[in-house]
Design a protein around this ligand. Structure first.
Ligand SMILES: N[C@@H](CCC(=O)N[C@@H](CS)C(=O)NCC(=O)O)C(=O)O
Length: 216
């Protein structure tokens, strides 16, 4: 068993888990997974065995416990792959701003279009407040791709933590059939074709249960 362990929720539903998991995979980290299924009678106590907050994902590295998706991504960048953030200081500041925005924002998208990787609900959840958040995401795509994206297909060129933070949104756009402009669609496709993303989606499809009342 490898030294690093990531405790995650259902691959189909746990958007926060996807962010940490994809970051570790992209960084080539060798890690084991512990899956705790959400919305069962023992979920809460099972998560509490690992997590001081009662939330997942949680990363275990020897005696060290790192909780919260963004902190896990930061730890991966510190310990394994500095390139998970852009090299340029200003680009890095913008990348961190966008990651923080995704971490604390987009409540309408979360509430009305919860991640459900293997289901398809085209057109569901499209309130004006949701449209406004989708517009904001497209604006981020345009600005990053234009200013920082020249050397690759991702928001800052090569894959960074920002892209991991956006991966659940990409999945939501597929589930809810969101039509995007060409720049945003190209970006969505770039995330989708990542082998690690394909691996996550295939595992999510295999889980096949339904807890649609949950909001992630
Ligand atoms: N801010 C936290 C959010 C974590 C979170 O809300 N995780 C959900 C699963 S995606 C959870 O643990 N829910 C606990 C439960 O359903 O009992 C992070 O970024 O990691």
């Amino acid at each position: 068993m490898s030294k690093i362990t990531l405790v995650i929720g259902n691959k189909n539903y746990s958007s926060w888990s996807l962010r940490a998991w994809l970051t570790l995979k992209q960084a080539g980290v060798d890690f084991s997974e512990i899956t705790i299924f959400l919305d069962t009678p023992t979920t809460h106590q099972d998560i509490r065995r690992y997590s001081p907050t009662g939330g997942i994902p949680v990363l275990l590295d020897g005696d060290l416990t790192v909780w919260d998706s963004l902190a896990i991504c930061e730890y991966a960048a510190d310990k394994f792959a500095k390139w998970l953030w852009p090299e340029d200081m200003e680009a890095r500041a913008i990348a961190r701003s966008i990651s923080a925005e995704m971490h604390s924002g987009f409540p309408q998208l979360r509430q009305n279009m919860p991640m459900d990787c293997h289901s398809r609900y085209p057109g569901e959840g499209r309130k004006p407040e949701v449209e406004a958040e989708i517009d904001r995401i497209q604006t981020i795509c345009h600005q990053c791709r234009e200013k920082y994206g020249a050397n690759g297909d991702f928001l800052f060129g090569h894959f960074t933590i920002v892209d991991a933070m956006f991966a659940p949104v990409v999945s939501r756009f597929i589930t809810y059939g969101v039509k995007l402009d060409s720049v945003a669609q190209h970006y969505v496709n770039s995330i989708l074709v990542l082998p690690a993303m394909q691996e996550w989606l295939a595992a999510a499809a295999e889980e096949g249960d339904s807890v649609r009342s949950l909001i992630f």
